[in-house]
Write a protein that binds this ligand. Sequence first.
Ligand SMILES: NC(=O)c1ccc[n+]([C@@H]2O[C@H](COP(=O)([O-])OP(=O)(O)OC[C@H]3O[C@@H](n4cnc5c(N)ncnc54)[C@H](O)[C@@H]3O)[C@@H](O)[C@H]2O)c1
Length: 464
Amino acid sequence: MKIAFIGIGKLGFPCAVALAMKGHDVYCYDNDSRLIEGYERGEVTPFEPGLPEQYNSCRSRMHFCGSIDDAIASSDHIFVAVPTPHAPMHDGSFPYDGVGRNFDNSIIRDCLVEVGRAIGKHAKDGRFRTILVISTTTPGTMVDDLGPATVKAVGLPIGSGWTMVYNPFFIGQSTVVQDFLNPEFVLLGVPQNEDGKVADGGRGEAIARDLYGTLHSQPICPMTWTEAECVKLCYNTYLGLKVLFANSVMELCHRMPGANCDVVNATLKLAKDRLVSTKYMDGGMADGGPCHGRDQMAMSYVAQKLGLSFNIFDAINHGRDAQTSWLADLIAEHRRNRPVVLLGMAFKQGTNQTQGSPAMLLANILTQRGIEPTLHDPVIKPYTEMPTEPAVYFISTRWPEYRGFKFKKGDTVIDPWRMIRQVPSGVELIHVGVGSPTRPATVGKIDPAVATEAKPAKRIRAAS
Ligand SMILES: NC(=O)c1ccc[n+]([C@@H]2O[C@H](COP(=O)([O-])OP(=O)(O)OC[C@H]3O[C@@H](n4cnc5c(N)ncnc54)[C@H](O)[C@@H]3O)[C@@H](O)[C@H]2O)c1
């Protein structure tokens, strides 16, 4: 198949590669010309394990175009994955200010207008073109804004030589190709007329089924544009809710003598019938990344706009800040005038993304309190000097590399993941979420001669 990919950034490029790996010709366009030049030279910008090799395996089917018009002239299917950003202050790296905000839709709207004009220009060439919008939008945006803007730009009604589906992905950074080719389901918002009938006579759904049939046999879920927008954002915010809950268990156990959050969460995970699944059910850092924090803020905006009786999305935003603020309390409690090092800047292991990272949120909260942390990450090189004197180390990203980190005598290690099992003698290890010396947190084979046990933190004041 001939497929255009507009916006080949962190999501778009790996997905374009996945399509080319499956034998499709992919016509890529991005308005960042340096990005395109880099890809043409073989440089793979998104940090994704295995992506350079995957790209090399299918480079002959990846075509880089100088304009949206060029990409569309050659294609029947047009994926659009351009940003729908929040301002950096509102991406989840800074505390939530209590105001829900919609995404900025100007980039996707302008891009779809350009795509629409190109479709209108090439309308007589006999191709039926399908736009597949991937970018995240809040419920109602396709119907109220992006759909009408695109129809106007094409100059023909949906169904007359073209259609448009809302097709967001559920993809994690560092596993984009794998997630795109093995999704839980494919979400397909199809256009409706005002009378509720499918506007393109079912053509968009049939075309998308054919296309995805070349990639996998996972279920396709057709629904309205707006329902698909609801599923996309409710999925991400529900994950945030699970993380928030698991972190509440962690804080509860940390403050409760005789309780270990890993025991409590591991037992809750056995309830696979009623509690759904085991993922995101460990205590640790807050939910984060380029999507989740910002999606929650956008859904808080939708809830405020609709006047929902309880704005659960707002509660997730505030809870995320309060729990991170409590971790900053713990660092302050154990600091004793020593320097503070955050081990990990990325929002999770396996990626170099810091957008919406809970580690950066923690760094910002500490900085607001006058504690300037040193930042370290195995793949992001902040080029800061690590302290030579005893320091407080906080494991802010669950990079496995930190299990072998060389801590030194006089250091304190605060570990919200409970992943550091052993430290040299003279190093204090605090497993967050383990509230009692009656249940030592350092379990397993540890040589008592070289290791000290994890200590529970002292009781500290409640997070404000
Ligand atoms: N990254 C993810 O894992 C992920 C997952 C699900 C959904 N999304 C959504 O997908 C969208 C894109 O996310 P991303 O992470 O790839 O962003 P990104 O910033 O990494 O990439 C977007 C790309 O679009 C390009 N662009 C901007 N305007 C353009 C235009 N008019 N024409 C062509 N290219 C243009 C940018 O130069 C950039 O390379 C967002 O709406 C995001 O919410 C992302």
